[in-house]
Design a protein around this ligand. Structure first.
Ligand code: SAM
Length: 175
């Protein structure tokens, strides 16, 4: 099955992956005090974004198909004394987001699945942010306008950028 193949492929790629804090696009626009805000790290991989956010006091949920990637995240969280702030969920996102909760910060970085866009929109709490990054080329590549088309109605487009590899955007939903 395609899902098993994806899982095996990503498990292999994450086997030697480094789990270290990594800021999402647009982080400098977020409030300085993020204590006890909630966050969703979609297709988290080894969870760099979750580690970055939890280190700032956020409570994060990290979803990925790869148990190996999420294990690396959980180990790093233990080492950094952040485990109480990070929940990992092994899930195939081809079957949807799997939560109807809403979050102060939703991050989806380097994972493009347009069928998830409505669920990502719905997961942003009033007053919350969406930080999203899609690769420019390759099998999962997209043009930057896709993000604006899909999410402009969330509210304000706070920041956008394009670099060699990817398109990035940060959206803010009014409270
Ligand atoms: C390029 S990595 C990005 C990881 C992370 N967001 C980051 O920026 O470091 C893509 C991630 O998507 C995950 N992924 C791929 N297909 C998936 C699926 N169907 N359901 C859930 N996660 C999936 C992979 O396991 C991998 O961790």
């Amino acid at each position: 099955m395609a899902a098993d193949r994806d899982r095996r492929r990503w498990d292999l790629r994450h086997r030697d992956g480094v789990a270290e804090p990594s800021a999402p696009f647009g982080w400098s626009h977020l409030p300085t005090d993020l204590t006890d805000r909630t966050g969703l790290d979609v297709a988290a991989g080894t969870g760099g974004v979750s580690l970055w956010a939890a280190a700032r006091g956020m409570r994060m949920t990290a979803i990925d198909i790869s148990g190996v990637g999420l294990r690396a995240l959980a180990d790093a969280a233990t080492e950094l004394d952040l485990s109480e702030r990070i929940t990992t969920v092994v899930r195939d996102l081809d079957h949807g987001l799997g939560t109807t909760d809403s979050f102060d910060l939703v991050v989806c970085r380097n994972f493009r699945e347009p069928t998830l866009y409505p669920a990502l929109r719905a997961a942003i709490a009033p007053g919350g942010w969406l930080s999203i990054t899609v690769l420019r080329s390759g099998r999962f590549g997209a043009d930057g306008a896709e993000l604006l088309r899909a999410f402009a109605d969330v509210g304000a487009v706070v920041d956008t950028a394009t670099d060699d590899r990817a398109h990035h955007a940060l959206f803010h939903r009014p409270a």
